[in-house]
Design a protein around this ligand. Sequence first.
Ligand code: NAD
Ligand code: MG
Length: 408
Amino acid sequence: MTASSLEISLPPRRITILGSTGSIGCSTVDLVGRQPEVFAVDTLTAFSNVSLLAKQARELGAKLVVIGDENRFKELKDALSGSSVEVAAGRNALIEAAMRPSDFVMAAIVGAAGLEPTLAAVCRGATVGLANKECLVCAGDLMKAEMEKSGATLLPVDSEHSAIYQVFDFDRREAVESIILTASGGPFRTYTQAQMENVTPEQAVAHPNWDMGAKISVDSATMMNKGLEIIEAYHLFGIESEKIQILVHPQSVIHSCVTYVDGSVLSQMGVPDMRTPIAYSLAWPRRMATPVERLDLASIAKLTFEAPDFKRFPSLSMAYQALKSGGSAPTILNAANEVAVAAFLDGKIGFLDIVRVVEKALERMPSKPMATLAHVHEIDTMTRDMASDWIVDFARTGGASSGIAVSR
Ligand code: NAD
Ligand code: MG
């Protein structure tokens, strides 16, 4: 069968892309734009990048665009003047956009800012491609409860979770022994603790294999990204933390594995290009052709693997611990990490201070049950306020009174 006959066999789909101007958003736009006979774009959203959002809307013939930053409403309206694209702005408009009856919602906003729009899509029973892992980390139980009520389908877009989803026997869960999340190890995989102390934001965002947004790139460098993915996997696959393993695999070819009781290990492979897992979610339960470079194992010749180093990358143990503690701990971990990563990117704290802030937040913040969105908001806001105070204090005193800089 040729690529084009595969493409034609997909039924038409109306698509919403939350966060269309980001790295995942642009890759989704690229794939959708290649098959206009299949994908009709209903809604695109972004936070502040008016020019790119307007360009995407014109090219894809979107019905509605929403800009998160209300101050940019007029700018967006002007950029789309003369077109039939409807324009809206602000937080509520983002949530309303997710509630429109499209066939597929790509949740590609970064951070907990994406929780409410993603939850709105889940609550209306949508098929959601989930890139925004922070939603599941900070409100996993709530998201799952709403999914059960609404019958929504969550399709993982994170490459590791997409890989697991493709080889996980959901009908025979008892046969699954463990899952193995592979990790590239990030740009500082071979660095000593002392070398990591002075790395710059530029070095941290320069990922060896993947071209991603700034926040997830820093998360990959601290390996907090893998920590978040442990919690994400727990919610997506209903698997206990003891059965979730991490394997460092610097080439990022094996995207993760499921091990079965008979000793079989199933994995999904491919070149590191997010368009493959995005396409999997867009076409699910079918497959669609992509322009992604094909995997040439003979030319790669060698794949290597290492055990993770929990000492140099303490974020991994923190994530396991937060998952075991349950309640508000994952929400605290996520919120403190978001604040600390932003402060590092702004040059306010050092690279290793990121995990110090998270560790301190997990120690100091109270543990609470997280049954409602109000609970999530309360803990998320409290953690952000506290972490921001430590960072201000830290910047003023060089860490002496904040306690952040105390070495581990
Ligand atoms: P990015 O920073 O490149 O893009 C983020 C998008 O979210 C942009 O469109 C931005 O306008 C929008 N946004 C940011 N803040 C917002 C707010 N407050 N309100 C509304 N919209 C807002 O991020 P990315 O790298 O594309 O990552 C997006 C999500 O996908 C993250 O959760 C990330 O962990 C996950 N993910 C990304 C990759 C990747 O390769 N980039 C891989 C796996 C998972
Ligand atoms: Mg990933």
